[in-house]
Design a protein around this ligand. Structure first.
Ligand SMILES: CC(C)(COP(=O)(O)OP(=O)(O)OC[C@H]1O[C@@H](n2cnc3c(N)ncnc32)[C@H](O)[C@@H]1OP(=O)(O)O)[C@@H](O)C(=O)NCCC(=O)NCCS
Length: 229
């Protein structure tokens, strides 16, 4: 999918329906002279991550941060609309840029409603919430995958609110997403990541993702994880 970052939102329009709507297109080359060359993380075997007893994969997943904040990871639900909207509003330009390829990207409300009601045949979507349980519990992170038309693969995306980055949300969200994909019988999870997003590339390499070879002139790197059982 040349020129699109990530094609993850393929077909999102309204209440989770698959349509022929165009994916969101990023403008390449990147504005602002961002460098896309990176020192690639080492290639690793594309295989499921090793078990981590400290991070259970079962949902819902709840734990306390050392700073006392309560976190919860669970599937998204239709009642999350306001949460998701606030979450979107609070993402910084830089985080938005790494996630969408455009620092000014925003979903329309109708698309946000669609995100909150995923068709499980097409996508799985997890959210991380921070703070005490209740209607006001704000959203801190999001991770999801969209299933390919042949039902064999999932394309993931992930984003954590700037304020909560570095608290282990990304790792738990990714591990839970991988567990869901494996349970569902997907053969592979893959993602499209900006080459300049070194932290993310290193992070998924540590989870066992292989970095596919760089295509000439292409700022997006594809990472992929075989889900062997
Ligand atoms: C990449 C991202 C999802 C990570 O989320 P997070 O909640 O900060 O991740 P975690 O706290 O679980 O840390 C994940 C790893 O990054 C490392 N890390 C955390 N903060 C870091 C920092 N500031 N610099 C470098 N590495 C860091 C952690 O040590 C951890 O390593 P480990 O897996 O070996 O333990 C988050 O930074 C983000 O939302 N980035 C913008 C969106 C994006 O790039 N999405 C990817 C495209 S789909």
């Amino acid at each position: 999918m040349r020129g699109a970052l990530p094609g993850h939102d393929r077909g999102l329009s309204g209440a989770g329906r698959r349509t022929t709507a165009k994916p969101f297109m990023a403008r390449w080359p990147l504005r602002g002279g961002a460098s896309c060359r990176i020192l690639a993380p080492p290639l690793m075997n594309a295989d499921s991550p090793p078990p981590d007893p400290a991070v259970p994969d079962d949902l819902p997943l709840a734990w306390n941060d050392p700073d006392g904040t309560r976190f919860l990871v669970r599937p998204i639900a239709p009642g999350d609309f306001e949460r998701v909207r606030t979450f979107q509003d609070e993402l910084s330009f830089g985080t938005r840029y790494f996630r969408f390829g455009r620092g000014d990207f925003r979903y329309a409300d109708e698309q946000l409603r669609g995100l909150c009601s995923p068709d499980p045949a097409q996508r799985e979507h997890l959210v991380a919430l921070a703070g005490e349980e209740g209607a006001e519990q704000p959203m801190a992170g999001s991770a999801r995958y969209i299933v390919s038309d042949d039902g064999q693969e999932g394309e993931f995306t992930i984003v954590v609110l700037d304020r909560w980055q570095g608290h282990g949300l990304g790792r738990r969200l990714m591990r839970a997403l991988i567990a869901l994909a494996r349970r569902r019988g997907l053969q592979r999870l893959h993602g499209q990541i900006l080459g300049s997003n070194r932290r993310m590339l290193e992070f998924v390499a540590r989870l066992g993702f292989a970095l596919e070879p760089e295509s000439r002139g292409q700022p997006i790197r594809r990472v992929s994880l075989a889900l062997r059982r």
